[in-house]
Design a binder for this molecule. Structure first.
Ligand code: E4P
Ligand code: PEP
Length: 352
């Protein structure tokens, strides 16, 4: 690395990583799974555009840190999803990248060993291997698109993405969303700003030209055509915004902007005041809105894990409790199972 008084002043080290093409050669997507992902993406697009009346449910751990627990969770979710498929279209949260308010563990790709060793190359391998196993189980997968480069390594395996509350206003993320090959939900800003999400959805639906990388890892100029499958995710701000008045406000703002009136309610984050025990009551409120005839709510997001709550990421991995989040607190599997059954059941009474 060239380091002198004007170059790389604050860079300590650099390392060349495997290219996206090389990683995909090692861990390829088999043809039959490719068709499955195409189908999942189409199904989600149909829900967003109201051609499929099922409720999209993006659910799973706040972040993935333990592969065995992720597979265990996925097995349970897949069985439940098969049972409830007439009412719910369940997509598993497989979040590998965490945006932090200040600092903290940034996710499995950045630091797979959770010990500050930052073995990103290994993180990319572990992530891709897990995604392949999960797609093979038959689950559609969701993530937050945070780093603008990692989608080249992994995006072929996802069927839905979010742009998070901390990045919805960022041009880089709007450009990225305009080129992603799947539906993208835009969270409102952390301050509750709805305009941030609506502007993002509008911007991402349009063409962009920006710098990125290609499969060979070369720096490229990318031209995108815009993403037609955007939607807003209400996640609360200073106060929650899942209630009818906010949903209707959002619906009107989307209509005014000439955008699809597609809204997902995030039952976690500021909508639950970051108290995981409140997630079910937010989901039940959204269910009531649906039963009363809301057509703009197309989905729910829930943070769920095998066991409830969360634990510190700053402890030895072998002392961590199994199936407990090391980022945001989650509802446990029993609560998840009961809640999803209740929602599916409640949707049978929906005014058609
Ligand atoms: O969903 C996860 C968190 O809310 C987000 O990554 C911010 O986390 P932090 O406030 O603990 O940094
Ligand atoms: C970070 C997340 O949410 P938000 O961007 O709403 O804080 C998340 O869903 O993991």
């Amino acid at each position: 690395m060239n380091k002198d008084s004007i170059h790389n002043v604050h860079i300590v080290d650099e390392k060349v990583l495997i290219t996206p093409a090389e990683l995909k050669q090692k861990l390829p997507l088999p043809q039959h799974l490719r068709q499955r992902i195409e189908q999942h993406r189409q199904d989600i697009s149909s829900i967003i555009h109201k051609k499929d009346s099922r409720l999209l449910v993006v659910i799973g751990p706040c972040s993935i840190h333990d592969i065995e627990a992720a597979l265990d969770y996925a097995k349970r979710l897949k069985a439940l999803s098969d049972e409830l498929q007439d009412q719910l279209y369940i997509v598993m949260r497989v979040y590998f990248e965490k945006p932090r308010t200040t600092v903290g563990w940034k996710g499995l790709i950045n630091d797979p060993k959770i010990d500050g060793s930052f073995d990103v190359e290994n993180g990319l391998h572990i992530a891709r291997k897990l995604l392949l196993a999960l797609v093979d189980m038959g689950l559609p997968l969701a993530t937050e698109a945070l780093d603008p480069i990692t989608p080249q390594y992994l995006a072929d395996l996802f069927s839905w993405s979010a742009i998070g509350a901390r990045t919805t206003e960022s041009q880089t993320h709007r450009e990225l969303a305009s080129g992603l090959s799947m539906a993208v939900g835009f969270k409102n800003g952390t301050d509750g700003s709805l305009a941030t999400a609506i502007n993002a959805m509008k911007a991402a639906s349009m063409q962009h030209s920006f710098i990125g990388i290609n499969q060979k890892g070369q720096v490229n100029l990318l031209h995108t055509e815009g993403n037609p499958d955007g939607h807003v995710i209400l996640r609360g701000g200073k106060t929650p915004n899942y209630q009818t008045e906010f949903v209707q406000q959002c619906e009107q703002a989307l209509e005014k902007a000439g955008l699809e009136t597609a809204i997902m309610i995030d039952c976690s984050h500021a909508n639950s005041n970051k108290d995981y025990r409140l997630q079910p009551s937010v989901a039940e409120n959204a269910l009531q809105q649906l039963v009363n005839g809301s057509r703009s709510i197309i989905g729910l997001m829930l943070e769920s894990n095998i066991n409830a709550g969360n634990q510190s990421a700053e402890q030895p991995v072998n002392e961590m409790k199994y199936g407990v989040s090391i980022t945001d607190a989650c509802i446990d599997w029993e609560t998840t199972d009961e809640l999803l059954r209740k929602i599916a059941d409640g949707l049978k009474n929906r005014v058609k």
